[in-house]
Design a protein around this ligand. Structure first.
Ligand code: IMP
Length: 430
C-alpha cells in the first residue's frame, strides 16, 4: 500500500497544502513530519478557505487520522488557536494526534529568534520569527521540552527550571532582555498541556498499525528541499530537513516503506527571506508572477511578506529531485503564466567559462552565476477552466513536458488555480 511523501521541491510555498488536500481523501493517515508554524498552507476546498500552519491538511476528511509527528516543533498557543478555528468552522479535530516526542516552541525561542535576527543586521536570514531555529537547536543540545512533558507536572517543572536557568542568563546578559518567570511560564504551559491532553499521545503504535494494515499513508512536508539544513542554501535555510529523509525521520516511518516521493513545485519560482536566488526577476515580469491585486498574490501565508519571484530553475529542481528521490512532480500555479508571451526556463548556470549543472555550496559563488535560459512560447490563453491535460493549450503542455524532462521526473499533477477541482491529475501514486 502506498506510503507517499509530499515534499516542497523549491524554497517553500509551492502549494503543498493544495496537493495534500486532494490526496488526503485517498489516505487513511496523514502525518506532518517537520517544521512548525513557520509553514503556512492555504487550503481551498468545499468547506471554505483555510490557512493552516501546523495542523496537517488531511484534517478536512473526517475519515482520515492526522498526526503531528516527532519531527515537528509545536507552538501550543498557535496550535490551540488553529484547532479552535477549525472546530468553530465545523471541522472536527477529534482524529488529530500529536506525538509526545515533538518538541515545544517556548516563549524564549521566539524571543531568541527575533533578537538574533535583529542582532544580525545586514546579515539577517529573514526567518519567520516564530522561534523555529532556537527550538531545533535546543532539541539538539538536549535542553528541549517535549509535548509529552506538558502532561507531567513534575517533569515540566524540572525541565523548565533547567532550561530557564540557561535561557534567562542568555536573555539578560547577552541580549539585555527581561528574564522569564519560571512560575508563570510553568503554569501557562501546564495549562496548554491540559488543553491539548486529548491530542498528545505516543503515535508510534498508530503509525505501526497503519503500516501493518497496509493503509495508504501521506507524509506532508513543510518548507522546501532548498531550505534543507544540510543541502539548502545555508545559512539561508530552515533548521530542519524538509525533504524525503526528514519525512521518514520526523514521522517514524522507515525509508524502506516509502513507495513514492511527490515533489511539489510552482511553474516558476518564489522565495521569501534572504539568500541566493539565481533566476530572480523584477519589473513587469515580477508583477505578473506575483499576481498583485488578486487574492492569490505572492504574499507569505505566515508572515505576510511579499515573495521574491523568478523563472523556473531546472538546475535547482534537478538537484532537489536527486537528493530526495522525487519520482513524481506536482506543478502548481501554471495559470499564473497564462498571459506571458515568452517563458524562460533556467537550464544551467554559467560561471566564468564553466557550466554548472548543480548549485555550488558557496553562496557568494551561487549569487554570481549567470543563469542559462531556454525560451519557450507562451500560450496567452486562460487555463483556469481547463479540467483535463489534453485540453491545455499545446504550448502549456509543451512547457510542462520540458520542465519534467529537464528535472528528469514524470508528471503527476498540474494545478491551474487554488480550488479543489483545479488540479489535473495525470499519474496517480495513491
Ligand atoms: P525559519 O524557518 O523561520 O527559521 O526561517 C528560515 C528561512 O526559511 C527563512 O528564509 C524563511 O523565510 C524560510 N521559511 C521557513 N518556512 C517557510 C515556509 O513555510 N515557506 C517559505 N519559506 C519558509
Amino acid at each position: 500500500m502506498p506510503v507517499v511523501a509530499v515534499i516542497g521541491a523549491q524554497w517553500g510555498d509551492e502549494g503543498k497544502g493544495h496537493i495534500v488536500d486532494i490526496l488526503a481523501e485517498r489516505a487513511r493517515l496523514v502525518i506532518r513530519y517537520g517544521g512548525g508554524n513557520n509553514a503556512g498552507h492555504t487550503v481551498v476546498n468545499r468547506q471554505g478557505t483555510f490557512k493552516l500552519h501546523i495542523v496537517p491538511s488531511g484534517v478536512f476528511d473526517p475519515a482520515t487520522v492526522n498526526i503531528i509527528g516527532s519531527g515537528v516543533v509545536v507552538d501550543p498557543a498557535v496550535l490551540l488557536r488553529e484547532i479552535a478555528d477549525l472546530e468553530t468552522r465545523g471541522i472536527s479535530t477529534t482524529r488529530l494526534f500529536i506525538s509526545d516526542r515533538a518538541h515545544v516552541i517556548m516563549p524564549y525561542h521566539v524571543m531568541q529568534d527575533q533578537l538574533d535576527e535583529a542582532a544580525r543586521g545586514e546579515a539577517k536570514i529573514g526567518t519567520t520569527g516564530r522561534g523555529i531555529g532556537p527550538a531545533y537547536a535546543d532539541k539538539m543540545t538536549r535542553i528541549g521540552i517535549r509535548m509529552g512533558d506538558l502532561l507531567h507536572e513534575e517533569t515540566l517543572l524540572r525541565r523548565l527550571r533547567q532550561a530557564l536557568d540557561v535561557k534567562n542568563r542568555l536573555l539578560t546578559t547577552l541580549y539585555g532582555a527581561q528574564p522569564l518567570s519560571l512560575h508563570e511560564t510553568f503554569l501557562k504551559y501546564l495549562e496548554y498541556g491540559s488543553k491539548l491532553d486529548r491530542h498528545v499521545t505516543d503515535v508510534h503504535p498508530i503509525v505501526q498499525r497503519a503500516l501493518e494494515k497496509d493503509m495508504p499513508i501521506l507524509l506532508e512536508g513543510a518548507q522546501g528541499a532548498l531550505l534543507d539544513i544540510d543541502h539548502g542554501t545555508y545559512p539561508y535555510v530552515t533548521s530542519s530537513p524538509p525533504g524525503a529523509a526528514g519525512a521518514c525521520q520526523g514521522s517514524g516511518i522507515a525509508p524502506s516503506y516509502l513507495t513514492s516521493v511527490i515533489g511539489v513545485c510552482k511553474a516558476y519560482t518564489t522565495r521569501v527571506g534572504e539568500g541566493p536566488f539565481p533566476t530572480e526577476v523584477d519589473g513587469a515580469t515580477a508583477d505578473t508572477l506575483r499576481q498583485i491585486g488578486t487574492p492569490w498574490a505572492e504574499v507569505g501565508t505566515t508572515t505576510g511578506r511579499l515573495r521574491r519571484v523568478g523563472w523556473f530553475d531546472a538546475v535547482m529542481m534537478r538537484y532537489a529531485a536527486r537528493l530526495n528521490g522525487i519520482d513524481t512532480l506536482a506543478i502548481t500555479k501554471l495559470d499564473v503564466l497564462d498571459t506571458l508571451p515568452r517563458i524562460k526556463i533556467c537550464v544551467g548556470y554559467r560561471r566564468n567559462d564553466t557550466e554548472l549543472d548543480y548549485p555550488p555550496a558557496n553562496n557568494a559563488v551561487l549569487s554570481q552565476v549567470e543563469p542559462i535560459y531556454e525560451e519557450l512560447p507562451g500560450w496567452q490563453t486562460p487555463t483556469t477552466a481547463v479540467r483535463s491535460f489534453d485540453r491545455l493549450p499545446a504550448e502549456a503542455r509543451a512547457y510542462v513536458a520540458r520542465v519534467c524532462e529537464l528535472v528528469g521526473v514524470r508528471l503527476g499533477m498540474v494545478s491551474i488555480g487554488p480550488a479543489h477541482d483545479q488540479i489535473i491529475e495525470v499519474n496517480r501514486v495513491i
